[in-house]
Ligand binder design. Sequence first.
Ligand SMILES: Nc1ncnc2c1ncn2[C@@H]1O[C@H](COP(=O)(O)OP(=O)(O)OP(=O)(O)O)[C@@H](O)[C@H]1O
Length: 671
Amino acid sequence: KPVEDKQALLDFIRNISHSQPLNWNKDSSVCQSWTGVRCSADESRVISLRLPRMGLQGPIPPNTLGRLTAIKLLNLRMNNLSGPFPPDFSNLRNLTALFLQMNNLASPLPDDWLVWQNLTVLDLSYNHFNGSIPSSMSILTHLRYLNLADNSLSGEIPDLMLPQLQQLNLANNSLTGRVPPSLKNFPISAFIGNNLTFDSNAAPPASPLEPPAAQPEKESKKLSGSALLGVVIAACLAVFILSAVLMICCYPRRTSSDLEEPTAGAVEKMKKQKEVSSKKKGGIGGGATEKRHDHEEKQLVFFQGCSYAFDLEDLLTASAEVLGKGTYGTAYKAALADTTTVVVVKRLKEVGVGKKEFEQQMEMIGRIRHENVVPLRAYYCSKDEKLLVYDLYTQGSLSSLLHDGDRDQDETRRAPLDWEARLRIAIGAARGLTYIHKLNGGKLIHGNVRASNVFFNPAGSGCISDAALAQVMNPIPPPMMRVAGYRAPEVTDSRKPTQASDVYSFGVVLLELLTGKSPTHATRRDEVVHLVRWVNSVVREEWTAEVFDVELLRYPNIEEEMVTLLQIGMACASRVPEKRPKMSEVVRMMEDIRRTGPIDLPASREIRSEHSSSTATPVAADIGASPSALHAQIASNAAATVAMQSSSQVDQLTAAQDQPQLPSTTTTATQ
Ligand SMILES: Nc1ncnc2c1ncn2[C@@H]1O[C@H](COP(=O)(O)OP(=O)(O)OP(=O)(O)O)[C@@H](O)[C@H]1O
């Protein structure tokens, strides 16, 4: 039998053109040495064939692969295959996974799916398959992943009863009619780019992977008249509340005599304060910190280089909109009455240190100046209230760029973040974090690295916000930390992060950016999935390609870059702190991804000079050699050791991997 399978493979490769070299020599052992081929344990049959991106061109020669009747996994994705869905694939009755995506195959889909009833994964996306989706696909009761997106499929979607199906994508076809009841719980992104209607009685499809806490935001996207009224009232309330909060907290507390004071008196008092503060304005740059107003006057403390010319009273009259509630308080977008100034004001709750210590920390944070770190522009501190002022980053955070699109219920879905943008934002944030780690004699810690604190700076690079706040806040209860999904396993007190725990959190951000999934998310069955565990399990089971955000599959020739970044992310998110790389090393590895590529990723001078003297192992550059080596390295978690495996080790690892199995996507939230 192996001889027969070998001959079938030789017949296949002789009859199809391929641009990548293959070591398929008729005199060598098919099971021992042929690239992309895996045999059963007794070496009697070929059970897996992986030839992605081999430059295979033209129709699959008939009577070749169709003879591999024991094959379980067939991966021919990202080639240039054309012609119809090969009819003799109907002999491949043991197939559990079939990847033909990103080719030019064109024909109706097969009618009879009974022969493939063992399939768990089927990806035919980005081809030209036409005709309707056969209702016989309902026979695929083991199917967990079905991707038919970006083809030319038409007609109505049959009511597919696929009890195991976890991920579905039918986007960008020409499908019409209603989304059938059996599929209505899949996210709207699974159906976009068609001409479909949703059952008006049913709830609009929600993302099954959306954490439950995000649901209310989702609902706010499509507004009925009454909901709109509610939002208007809520917005007015937000403005009122912010003003009231600032009024109450930022101005001196009334004494009993104050209570008798008429409102006009209070206004007069405010005016006097403003006059005093105006006199003190002017002359920025006198020292590291320019205090326009002293603390007794309850005024804002601005930092050097800040061109804002407003004071607390101006903030009081600003119209405000709640941006969101974070771990440490609420962030408002405040538009000042001058109509040109818009800032973000964070109102901190749960500050756990005294005024003096808080002010010292703010002074230190205010001195951080780097293009990849969001600058703290000003702060306000009284006994009862602590406010921080930042520039507004209008594109939104990395978190909202990655996840908010999923929540849109209407057609105007936010354009997905493309690969170049993901690389830029990631490397920028990494540089910012590296810079932070070099401050205070190399001891400064960020403490709250998460995608909602990563933004695009005006130059289009990433930057990181909220540095060094964790240390002055009250501790966050451990269950809350774990649910958030960014906290390193060894951190039990949120006030005591380390640089290694920052690296872990940054690794989670990288995995989030690569997978498009939140750090913790719920399945349709309300099970909580922890992203780091999920990625590890998928990679361990040799399903690396399946971790990536489907949005990224549309970009050609980025597979190796994605895998390299995945490796870096996994190394950062190592369970053992000592195995995590330093941030400066992370930056260097990330820069190596595109050292010769088209993307413009200029390093900041400071960081570049540090790296030029680095003698550490050039992991990411070495890795560019071979995707299979990459995969094996990831599978062994050798990335964490930041060292390249020798090719013989890689072969052993590859051989050790067993037949395909879908990873369990379910873990608990606890680490
Ligand atoms: N400078 C900014 N420009 C634009 N959006 C911002 C800015 N700062 C914060 N945001 C957004 O406001 C929301 C609330 O931010 P906040 O920092 O209070 O909480 P968080 O980032 O969600 O969590 P954490 O408190 O742990 O940092 C988030 O969506 C965040 O991305």
